[in-house]
Design a protein around this ligand. Structure first.
Ligand code: 9WN
Length: 435
């Protein structure tokens, strides 16, 4: 059974400490996810950071998103990493020497990766605007970002509709933001890994090997990324060995299109196309990815058309979509409260089913509970009126953060922190919960 984590700080202290993490991890134009493990700018991290930063420095939160979108590619993709040229190129692997983005068609001048991450940016931009509408309007924040966000969503909904079913596909586990999630094991098993001696990992300098993906995982990640790179990161030309319709990415795209409708209204543009896109993707999500027997959403292999029978936290995050059929909402909440995720009983929301034979309390996305996913689940609970459960999840997040030094993820059974410390989105989302 889970053990309670002692609350060692008051919430006022907690807010102050969280703000200090964000101040320390700020690098002139963006926030690094972690001072040690991730010394560049990451895409969905920046969006999560913006949600908290807006409470203490709305201007900085705007700049955070603007910097990321300055690195947008001509096809609309927002890269998952934007490399800081001031940082040693070997500080993170795979770094700019591996990705070689500036040689690819349509890439920006700054070095980036060629992959993407889930689209949390439009809701972040909308939230940042609302934190200080006057300053946002004065700087033309939404007007400038809106066409870029639209191009980003268009890329996902068209270039990435690899299965032709109206859903965006990810072409690499890193694109899900949940790198070694068990949901990718089956499609990944078809990929022949690069041998371990052909690359040098840097992450193991900063984190315990048992908390991180394995060398075999990395061999496959690099194999996929190399093939994409060698085809100029062109989706139509790359013979993808991995293409998966991820429920979390698609649900976030629905939420992002709904945020776009609000932004459009605010700046005097037509919100209708955004409502239409949101409805279309939500329809496909429900029709193609909801599994009634599991009581959750599951991914679908875009290459074989088969559903992947693996329930992870990514399969409950679609709760964030408003207007889901009631029986689906109820089934997902039952799944969250049942033995697989034990909401209100475990610490936050485990990334994988607690009862799965291959569940691991410490290995990254194969069990540990993360703050960004807990925050998204809480948003989903609020969306459907489960206020008490949302309140309990908030309390669990604050309690765990207070005792743990804003760690990257925690063991859902005892709340003990793991991975990097002073992690930016942990601090940011805690700040957001305190407001
Ligand atoms: C690869 C930065 C990122 C997060 C991801 C998380 C982890 C990177 C890594 O760190 O991924 O992108 O090196 O493991 O899985 O969600 O955005 O915090």
């Amino acid at each position: 059974r889970p053990h309670p984590v002692p609350l060692v700080e008051t919430h006022a202290d907690l807010g102050h400490q969280a703000g200090q993490v964000l101040v320390d991890n700020w690098r002139d134009t963006h926030t690094v996810p972690s001072d040690t493990l991730y010394p560049h700018q990451w895409s969905w991290d920046s969006a999560f950071v913006a949600f908290g930063l807006r409470h203490i420095c709305p201007r900085r939160a705007q700049v955070e998103l603007e910097t990321l979108f300055d690195a947008q590619w001509a096809d609309g993709r927002v890269p998952h990493i934007v490399f800081d040229p001031r940082v040693d190129a070997d500080a993170y692997f795979p770094g700019p020497k591996f990705w070689q983005s500036s040689g690819a068609p349509g890439a920006p001048t700054v070095e980036t990766s060629g992959l993407i991450q889930p689209p949390v940016h439009a809701p972040a931009a909308w939230a940042v605007h609302r934190a200080d509408p006057e300053e946002s309007t004065r700087r033309g924040f939404l007007e400038r970002l809106y066409p870029r966000l639209a191009a980003w969503h268009r890329y996902l909904a068209t270039d990435r509709d690899l299965g032709g079913r109206g859903l965006a596909a990810i072409v690499h586990p890193w694109e899900s933001g949940m790198d070694n999630s068990p949901a990718w094991d089956l499609p990944l098993s078809r990929v022949e890994p690069l041998p371990g001696h052909s690359f040098v990992r840097r992450d193991l300098h900063h984190a315990a090997p048992a908390d991180r993906p394995t060398d075999a995982d990395y061999g496959r990640y690099l194999k996929l990324a190399t093939r994409y790179r060698d085809h100029g990161y062109r989706d139509a030309d790359t013979p993808h060995e991995f293409a998966v319709e991820d429920p979390c990415t698609n649900a976030l795209l629905v939420a992002a299109e709904l945020a776009m409708a609000r932004i459009a209204e605010e700046i005097g543009a037509d919100p209708t196309p955004h409502h239409d896109t949101a409805a279309r993707i939500a329809g496909a999500l429900v029709r193609l990815l909801f599994d009634p027997a599991m009581g959750a959403f599951v991914p679908r292999d875009a290459l074989t058309g088969e559903r992947i029978a693996s329930v992870t936290v990514g399969g409950v995050i679609p709760l964030i979509v408003p207007g889901l059929p009631e029986e689906i909402t109820e089934a997902v909440v039952d799944t969250l409260c049942g033995p697989w995720f034990r909401l209100t009983d475990a610490h936050m929301v485990p990334s994988y089913r607690l009862t799965a034979p291959d569940y691991s309390p410490r290995r990254y996305w194969r069990g540990p509970a993360w703050y960004n996913t807990a925050w998204l689940v809480r948003e989903g609970l609020l969306t459907h009126g489960y206020d008490n459960l949302a309140q309990a999840l908030r309390a669990s997040m604050l309690e765990t953060a207070a005792s743990g030094g804003f760690r990257e993820y925690v063991d859902p059974w005892n709340g003990r922190g793991r991975g990097s410390g002073r992690f930016s989105w942990t601090a940011s989302l805690v700040l957001d919960l305190l407001r």
